[in-house]
Design a protein around this ligand. Sequence first.
Ligand SMILES: CC(C)(COP(=O)(O)OP(=O)(O)OC[C@H]1O[C@@H](n2cnc3c(N)ncnc32)[C@H](O)[C@@H]1OP(=O)(O)O)[C@@H](O)C(=O)NCCC(=O)NCCS
Length: 169
Amino acid sequence: MIDFRSLTEADFPMLCEWLNKPHMRAHYQKTPITIEEVRRKYSERLSPSHPTYCHIACYDGEPFGKLQCYLLRDYPDFASEMGEHDGVAVDLFIGDEHFIGRGLGKAMLRSYVLNVIPSLFPQDCKCFICHAKENTIAIRGSLSAGFLPYRDVIEGGVESLLLSFDRPN
Ligand SMILES: CC(C)(COP(=O)(O)OP(=O)(O)OC[C@H]1O[C@@H](n2cnc3c(N)ncnc32)[C@H](O)[C@@H]1OP(=O)(O)O)[C@@H](O)C(=O)NCCC(=O)NCCS
């Protein structure tokens, strides 16, 4: 039911629309973003040599969410905030609000760490995800996807919880 494809330039208008949705304001996209800013930020991530891999999640073929993954060691400042320098970090959101709260957040995260990340980073079996403590839905979803609380961190000045997932080898 859920499958993933790489982000493409054709997705930028949809991505821009998603990032500007009210439900994205609290924890993911705190200020409005223009299409030019989306192009500037995400164009470089389309290159296979970029350290961040971006994907669109589809449900029965319909795009509903975006995920990205990257090695912590490629982002030393973020890695220092997390207190962890090895492993793969994941960020995610459901852009289309019609798909929120239906169990798809936790399902897409679990499927992503089990089916997408291993082919990109076969050597790195530890995955991390970080959520603001206030983002209780995201934390519950990640716990249900199989992540475990790892440590309290401050991300961008916000009290947050780092969770980890050990992928079977
Ligand atoms: C975080 C996000 C991906 C979760 O996806 P979702 O589809 O909304 O959540 P799910 O339906 O998978 O549910 C996850 C858990 O939260 C609970 N939940 C969902 N909506 C809820 C609500 N309105 N109130 C209370 N609990 C809720 C579910 O019961 C589930 O918990 P359980 O597994 O213990 O039963 C999605 O809400 C989102 O994209 N939010 C905006 C962006 C964001 O915060 N991203 C993460 C930042 S890193």
